[in-house]
Design a protein around this ligand. Structure first.
Ligand SMILES: [Mn+2]
Length: 151
């Protein structure tokens, strides 16, 4: 599945990353860790983090202003969110394709591609494994900004 996700990422110019409402550090870490990995390895792409900023997560970072137009022809990746009701910003539906990356039980199997592993400690661990696959397949590098988020 990692390889299919990487191939899909390569095809899209705009990638919008969502996570769950009332975010915790794994929601922010997996979302922003993936954002920084993709920005570093695909500087020509537009990579955006969606959702409402939570001030208790200030130490990790914040999200981007995402417009309705940004979703046109975009790839949406949702991290750490088991069910669609909890996705922060329901405009995720406006994406051309949706990928779910999560470590919670897959009771709501939404999305076109699903990477769900309940044996993973966190969604951030799954993003790190995606990075490792990208390192082998596409020579991805891990910037320190992303490593900090995933840690
Ligand atoms: Mn979480």
């Amino acid at each position: 599945m990692n390889s299919q996700i990487i191939d899909t990422i390569k095809k899209y110019e705009t990638i919008i990353i969502h996570r769950h409402v009332r975010p915790d550090p794994d929601a922010y870490g997996s979302q922003l860790g993936l954002k920084y990995i993709l920005q570093h390895n695909y500087p020509e792409k537009t990579i955006l983090a969606a959702g409402e900023h939570d001030s208790t997560m200030e130490f990790l970072g914040t999200q981007d202003q995402v417009t309705d137009e940004d979703y046109n022809g975009s790839l949406v990746i949702v991290t750490d969110t088991a069910n669609t009701e909890r996705i922060d910003d329901q405009r995720y539906l406006k994406g051309d394709k949706i990928i779910k990356i999560d470590h919670h039980p897959n009771d709501d199997a939404y999305g076109d591609l699903l990477l769900v592993d309940t044996s993973a400690s966190s969604s951030s661990e799954l993003i790190y494994e995606l990075f490792e696959a990208g390192q082998v397949q596409e020579n991805w590098k891990l910037p320190a900004t992303a490593a900090r988020q995933l840690y």
